[in-house]
Design a protein around this ligand. Structure first.
Ligand code: NAD
Ligand code: LMR
Length: 336
C-alpha cells in the first residue's frame, strides 16, 4: 500500500498568541515544525481582551497563509474555550522582562496567571496533555501550574530551557567554527535565569574521526569556565539590550524543538535539556522544576543518570537549585 491513514489533527494551545513569541511560533506550528510534516494541527490561541483585535489579526494571517496542515483555528480570550481538548499547551502568555529587570521581577504578575490557567487546563485539556511553560519565571510558573493542576501527571509539565541549551551549542559552534549540528550533549542545569549552569564537561563534537570532547577541542579552560558560561547565562539580557525586546524567534524555534523531541524522541546518543519536576536526581532538592539532561522516547522523557559531577559543577548545580527554592517561596508569598 502506498498511502498511510491520515492522522487525526492535534490540538495545540498557544497562550499569549498575540505577543511577539506567539507571532513567530504559530506559523512554525502550522507548518509542521513542531509535530512533524505529516501531523495536521488545530491551533488554539489565547490572549487577553486588550489584545483581542491583534489576536484576530494573527488569525487572519494564518488563514491567508493557507497552511496545508492547519485544519482549524480557535482564537479566543476565554481560557476554558482555549484549553478545551488540547493535546499540547505552550504557555507563553504573561508579561516579559524589560531592560534592567531580573526575571524574578516579573514574578508576581505571572504566577497568578499560572495559578488560574492551571485550573482551566486541568479541567478542559485532553487527557495526557503535554504542557510547556515559556513565560518567565519559566521554572516557577511551571511549578505553580503543576501545584494547581494536581490531576495532570507531573511528568507532563515542563518548562523551556532548550533555548539556553541551543545558545550553548551556538557558542561552541562559533568558537570552534564547526556546524552547530555537529555539537551535542551540552547541558543546562537548573533555572532559566542568570544562575543557570551551562555545562560542557560531557559535550562533544562529531568529526570525521569520531566524537571528540568539546573541552579537548576548545583547550581553553579559562574561556569555558568563564566567558562561555556568562555569555549563555546573560544571553537573554543581551538580546533585550540589542532589540529592546526579548528574544522571540529563537524562543519560538526552541519551543518547537522541545515539543518535537518530547513527542517524537531524541536521536540515539543525544540528550537535550528540559525543565522538569525534580525527583532528587543529582542531589537536587525534589519539588522544584529544574533543568536536567533528558532523553525522550515514546512521548516521555527520562533524566540522563550517572554523569560524573566534579566540584566546580557541583557548586553551580547547587547555586541554581537554591535560587529555585527561594523563587518557590517567593511565588507562594505572591499568591497569598
Ligand atoms: P509579549 O508581551 O510580546 O507577549 C505576551 C502576550 O501574553 C501578550 O500578547 C499579552 O497580552 C499576553 N498575555 C498577558 N497575560 C495573559 C493571560 N493572562 N493569558 C493569556 N495571554 C496573556 O511577550 P513575549 O516576548 O512574547 O514573551 C512572552 C513570555 O516569554 C515572557 O514572559 C518572556 O519573558 C518569556 N520568554 C521566555 C523564554 C524562555 O526561554 N523560557 C524566552 C523568551 C521569552
Ligand atoms: C530569554 O532568555 O531570552 C528570555 O527569558 C527573555 C529574558 O527575560 O531573558
Amino acid at each position: 500500500q502506498h498511502f498511510e491513514m491520515a492522522k487525526e489533527p492535534a490540538r495545540v494551545l498557544v497562550t499569549g498568541a498575540a505577543g511577539q513569541i506567539g507571532y513567530a511560533l504559530v506559523p512554525m506550528i502550522a507548518r509542521g515544525i513542531m509535530l512533524g510534516p505529516d501531523q495536521p494541527v488545530i491551533l488554539h490561541m489565547l490572549d487577553i481582551p486588550p489584545a483581542a483585535e491583534a489576536l484576530n489579526g494573527v488569525k487572519m494571517e494564518l488563514i491567508d497563509a493557507a497552511f496545508p496542515l492547519l485544519k482549524g483555528i480557535v482564537a479566543t480570550t476565554d481560557p476554558v474555550e482555549a484549553c478545551s481538548g488540547v493535546n499540547i499547551a505552550v504557555m507563553v502568555g504573561g508579561f516579559p522582562r524589560k531592560e534592567g529587570m531580573e526575571r524574578k521581577d516579573v514574578m508576581s504578575k505571572n504566577v497568578s496567571i499560572y495559578k488560574s490557567q492551571a485550573s482551566a487546563l486541568e479541567q478542559h485539556a485532553a487527557p495526557n496533555c503535554k504542557v510547556l511553560v515559556v513565560a518567565n519565571p519559566a521554572n516557577t510558573n511551571a511549578l505553580i501550574l503543576k501545584e494547581f493542576a494536581p490531576s495532570i501527571p507531573e511528568k507532563n509539565i515542563t518548562c523551556l530551557t532548550r533555548l539556553d541549551h541551543n545558545r550553548a551549542l551556538g557558542q561552541i559552534s562559533e568558537r570552534l567554527q564547526v556546524p552547530v549540528s555537529d555539537v551535542k550533549n551540552v547541558i543546562i542545569w537548573g533555572n532559566h535565569s542568570s544562575s543557570q549552569y551551562p555545562d560542557v564537561y560531557h559535550a562533544s563534537v562529531v568529526t570525521g574521526a569520531g566524537e571528540k570532547a568539546v573541552r579537548q577541542l576548545v583547550a581553553d579552560d579559562a574561556w569555558l569556565d568563564g566567558e562561555f558560561i556568562t555569555t549563555v547565562q546573560q544571553r537573554g539580557a543581551a538580546i533585550i539590550k540589542a532589540r529592546k525586546l526579548s528574544s522571540a524567534l529563537s524562543a519560538a524555534s526552541s519551543a518547537c524543538d522541545h515539543i518535537r523531541d518530547w513527542v517524537l524522541g531524541t536521536p540515539k546518543g543525544t540528550w537535550v535539556s528540559m525543565g522538569v519536576y525534580s525527583d532528587g536526581s543529582y542531589d537536587v532538592p525534589p519539588g522544584i522544576i529544574y533543568s536536567y539532561p533528558v532523553t525522550c522516547e515514546n512521548g516521555s522523557w527520562s533524566i540522563v543518570q550517572g554523569l560524573p559531577i566534579n566540584e566546580f559543577s557541583r557548586k553551580k548545580l547547587d547555586a541554581t537549585a537554591n535560587e529555585l527554592v527561594e523563587e518557590k517561596a517567593l511565588a507562594y508569598s505572591c499568591l497569598i
